[in-house]
Design a protein around this ligand. Structure first.
Ligand SMILES: [Zn+2]
Length: 244
């Protein structure tokens, strides 16, 4: 599922605004885009992600980034990037974390091209998962986010959330969820991480279900027998995580 095919049909456009990108920087951005295109092709059983057009605006100066359509939004400002759904464009500031920001925002762009109104936990969970990939020496590899995993274990012990309840927070009421923003992203990431580590096909199963109008809870109940079945598997998974 994570095999990267080199396709050239992809029509990514990188727009630089007072920003220098070396030939390697540009090659890395294309590499990230191709990697995610092949992931979303596999998940949605399609080839269309190889030929979608996405504009990526890369800013060298914070002041210019702030003047973009939603650049004043404190969340976007904090993340040094965002995906603008209504135009399908990506805006990122070139910092030392630019590759993480790109991995995160490009995931949003692809998911929204394949699935209308994805649930927020799925959208941010996948984007946060991608954002944690490491790009080094023209290679992309995975490493677990120890801080998020430790935090989720702590929240499970403290009974600070119930996994299947968390899935009910959709785009409309995500902000009503009482967790802090960071914890919401952490829980969303943890559900994706649990799925990837348990069986990569779970992501595909979830994507299929959501596309067919099922809720995430229905999909998990189908896979794990019941909501409780999902809660137990998820909880056990994190109780067994020992990261040093
Ligand atoms: Zn995001």
């Amino acid at each position: 599922m994570f095999n990267v095919e080199t396709t050239s049909a992809q029509t990514f456009k990188i727009i630089k605004i007072h920003c220098q990108l070396s030939r390697e920087d540009t090659a890395t951005i294309y590499k990230i885009a191709r990697y995610e295109a092949s992931f979303y092709n596999a998940v949605f059983d399609t080839q269309k992600n190889d030929s979608v057009a996405i504009n990526i605006h890369v800013f060298g100066r914070k002041a210019d980034f702030k003047q973009t359509p939603d650049g004043e939004n404190s969340l976007h400002f904090f993340a040094d990037g965002y995906y603008l759904e209504r135009t399908g464009e990506i805006f990122v500031l070139k910092t030392e974390h630019v590759n993480s920001a790109l991995l995160h925002e490009i995931s949003h762009a692809f998911l929204h091209l394949n699935l209308k109104n994805p649930p927020q936990w799925f959208d941010e969970g996948l984007a946060t998962y991608f954002g944690s990939l490491i790009v080094d020496n023209n290679q992309i590899f995975y490493t677990p986010v120890v801080g998020r995993i430790e935090r989720v274990k702590e929240m499970i012990v403290g009974k600070q959330f119930i996994p299947d309840d968390f899935l009910r927070y959709n785009n409309q009421n995500w902000s009503l969820n009482h967790q802090s923003i960071t914890d919401k992203y952490t829980i969303a990431y943890s559900i994706i991480y649990f799925m990837v580590k348990t069986n990569l096909n779970l992501i595909k199963h979830m994507a299929d279900g959501l596309k067919n109008g099922q809720t995430a809870n229905q999909v998990f109940a189908e896979i794990f027998g019941s909501a409780q079945g999902f809660n137990n598997r998820y909880t056990n998974f994190y109780q067994q995580q020992n990261l040093d």
